[in-house]
Design a protein. Structure first.
Length: 210
């Protein structure tokens, strides 16, 4: 099971600086340092994925939370690093920024008596679904080019929101009764794992396996 809210929603871009002031951009948390326009850079990048999750990244519990129906939950965090805006030919785009993805241990837990390779593989699927969506998000952010910093900030927000919604939808579908049923259906679990691996080897965007 994955946390309800995608992590990038807590990292929306801040409003650009007023006209005439040095260019800057940032995310609400953590707050990066703004910089002036600079020479072309390689642009946004994703770090921390692919990653093999381990039970050591989860807090152990003796039982499920009250009202819970799952034996484990993984929470994914996405933290942007130092952000810059680049001006090229009277247009603005994102410069170097590394989005650091990882397991949020404060929100990830497992019932200790239920630890198994099968359950861990299911949680790995949640992490990989998020990773594939954030890989695509970074690719789209690299292609953004706008005439003003404000329009760039709006485009960044929109791009992040779209990939958040996609990650949420895919994660919910992954857990659905018609798909893995939270990992209970071994056949559907294998189908998702195969689909995820195929997308990791290519630039194809993840969809639910047929």
């Amino acid at each position: 099971m994955c946390e309800d809210q995608s992590p990038a929603r807590r990292n929306n871009p801040a409003v650009p600086s007023p006209a005439g002031s040095p260019p800057h951009a940032g995310f609400r948390s953590p707050a990066p340092v703004g910089v002036a326009a600079e020479a072309p850079t390689s642009g946004p990048a994703l770090n921390g994925w692919p990653h093999q999750v381990a039970w050591s990244e989860f807090r152990s519990r003796t039982s499920r939370p009250r009202g819970g129906s799952e034996d484990a939950q993984i929470a994914v965090q996405l933290r942007p690093g130092r952000l810059s805006i680049v001006r090229e030919n009277e247009r603005f785009r994102l410069g170097n920024v590394t989005f650091q993805m990882g397991v949020d241990r404060t929100g990830s837990w497992v019932v200790s008596s239920q630890m198994s390779d099968t359950l861990l593989a299911h949680e790995q699927g949640h992490y990989d679904i998020a990773g594939l969506c954030y890989r695509d998000m970074v690719a789209d952010l690299r292609r953004l080019s706008e005439r003003t910093q404000r329009s760039l900030a709006r485009a960044v927000r929109r791009t992040m929101r779209e990939h958040d919604q996609r990650a949420d939808a895919l994660s919910a579908e992954y857990d659905s009764l018609q798909q893995t049923d939270h990992g209970v259906s071994s056949q559907r679990q294998q189908a998702w794992e195969s689909q995820i691996q195929a997308c990791k080897r290519s630039v194809a965007r993840l969809t639910a396996p047929s």
